[in-house]
Design a protein around this ligand. Structure first.
Ligand SMILES: [Zn+2]
Length: 332
């Protein structure tokens, strides 16, 4: 990351970047992925999900509009066959700020975006595990947490809880599924905080999503409950995919042509997942392990890159202007 940031800084000289960009043939579509926008510091939950402040997002969209072709997902297949500077904006999960903050910015600039909805989040308003864990570690009054055997030494909690939150989340993501429930139980006992089943003010409702669809935004699927699909038996995968499609059809009257894999790493989906998506009528599906969608990319594995809050203006611009260099895929 350091090297990438330094290189982006060097490229901040406009003349140099123009020269490099002009010399580099450009195919493919940069598919940007956001989760949340707005004021992360005000959140009780997982601040790592914020992609930009409201002003930062506005500046990014203005830059994209001035320097790129911002296209809708239905235009991606055509764009893959053309040279140019094509970019698409996507949001995952269905958080409330997508409607309240991102959508007005997109409307103001007149650019399309896509929103991948985990329909169970809209229907049931749960507090997902990442938000629950962040809240427990941030708000506990305990000075340290005993998470052995998952973490051999006691986790001392300092004033700045963010590093501890990142550490506990990374442990959780590496757990075998048999360890998930015991780990959650231990975390509740150690923090003294039992996370609530449901939460208000975090998720969009169907009226908001309908409003965005009417306003020209693409609405796609992201399962019902946001599981790692490849970890499920095929029947359960099918239920997550078809259940999501059914809710989009009932609420919005649309087919599920676009779908984003929860988590989106190379191992988060498999051949069975892709077959089920095909059967459900999905035409394009989106992963999340970095890289740029290329003419040869499989339609059900179009690569996206993350926009994260601390990305910085220069690295963001370098990502969309020189994606060959700045949108590398994660290591396998
Ligand atoms: Zn997601």
């Amino acid at each position: 990351m350091m090297k990438r940031e330094l290189a982006a800084k060097a490229l901040a000289t406009p003349g140099l970047r123009r020269l490099v960009a002009a010399a580099a043939p450009r195919t493919g579509v940069v598919l940007l992925n956001y989760h949340r926008v707005g004021d992360s510091g005000a959140s009780r939950y997982d601040r790592g999900l914020w992609s930009a402040t409201a002003d930062g997002f506005d500046a990014q969209v203005a830059f994209l509009k001035a320097n790129c072709d911002v296209i809708a997902l239905d235009e991606v297949q055509d764009a893959l066959g053309q040279r140019g500077r094509h970019v698409a904006i996507t949001f995952d999960d269905g958080y409330l700020d997508n409607h309240d903050i991102a959508y007005p910015v997109l409307r103001h600039h007149g650019v399309p975006a896509a929103f991948f909805i985990a329909t169970g989040f809209i229907d049931s308003r749960p507090l997902p595990w990442w938000d629950a864990i962040a809240m427990q570690v941030r708000e506990t009054v305990r000075a340290s947490l005993d998470l052995a055997p998952w973490l051999p030494d006691a986790l001392a909690l300092g004033d700045d809880r963010e590093p501890s939150i990142r550490l506990v989340l990374s442990i959780y993501k590496g757990l075998d599924f048999t360890q998930v429930a015991p780990f959650r139980a231990r975390l509740a006992a150690e923090t003294g905080i039992e996370p609530p089943e449901t939460v208000e003010g975090e998720w969009m409702d169907w009226n908001m999503i309908r409003e965005m669809a009417r306003g020209g935004m693409t609405i796609g699927g992201h399962t019902v409950n946001h599981p790692v699909l490849s970890s499920l038996p095929v029947d359960a995968q099918r239920a997550e995919i078809q259940g999501c499609a059914a809710r989009l059809r009932e609420e919005l009257g649309i087919g599920m042509r676009h779908f984003a894999y929860p988590v989106g790493s190379r191992r988060a989906f498999d051949a069975a997942t892709m077959q089920l998506l095909h059967e459900a009528g999905v035409q394009q599906a989106y992963s999340f392990y970095g890289g740029v969608a290329q003419p040869g990319s499989a339609p059900l594995d179009l690569q996206r890159v993350a926009v994260v809050e601390d990305i910085g203006t220069e690295l963001f611009r370098a990502m969309v202007q020189l994606p060959q260099v700045f949108c590398r895929r994660d290591a396998a």
